[in-house]
Design a protein. Structure first.
Length: 190
């Protein structure tokens, strides 16, 4: 169990954006937001970099969850593994704890951990995006609803570590949220 958690955190340290940046001879830590995530990779290096980074970061979340299920750890232990792979992505020790913002890794973790709950998250995000027309605000509200479902539904008590992950991810996105709010997203409503 402890080895699984350690592997989860270390595996989270494998930041796809860093490797994509090396491939493109670009240090994404010095460009735009300085973030080692899909959004910054896409903004600096284009759509291919975005998709490669998103896919790589989501895949590490999926693999850690499947690894936990393969070894038949309890749902809580697997959820803590999911939290730790996300924390490894957010705070990689080898990059002075400055990594990505965790969205893609959380998507991979959530998809593998509970596909039905992830489908609700994705559907809620899509509906909000149609209404609000702000990806940042839609993501914020969808993630927040996912956290509340995990905390308030007794049958999902084991997913509490994912709620902690969401809170940390949303804190990491606070400036994006403020920017979205300041652009007066409500003027884009139908």
């Amino acid at each position: 169990m402890y080895l699984y958690w350690l592997i989860s955190y270390i595996f989270g340290n494998l930041l796809t954006a860093w490797w994509v940046g090396k491939w493109k001879k670009t240090d994404l830590r010095t460009m735009r937001s300085g973030n080692l995530g899909a959004r910054n990779a896409g903004a600096v290096l284009g759509k291919t970099a975005f998709f490669l980074t998103f896919l790589g970061d989501a895949l590490k979340g999926i693999l850690i969850i499947y690894f936990g299920f393969y070894y038949q750890f309890s749902l809580v232990i697997v959820a803590i593994g999911g939290l730790l792979v996300i924390l490894g992505h957010l705070f990689p020790f080898w990059l002075r704890f400055k990594g990505g913002k965790g969205i893609a890794t959380f998507v991979g973790v959530a998809l593998a951990y509970n596909p039905l709950l992830f489908s609700i998250l994705a559907l809620f995000f899509a509906l909000l995006l149609l209404i609000i027309r702000s990806a940042t605000l839609s993501m914020f509200l969808a993630f927040l609803s996912y956290a509340f479902i995990c905390l308030l539904n007794p049958s999902l008590y084991h997913a509490w570590p994912l709620s902690i992950a969401i809170i940390i991810i949303l804190i990491r996105h606070r400036y994006d949220l403020a920017e979205s709010w300041n652009t007066r997203w409500w003027k884009r409503l139908p």
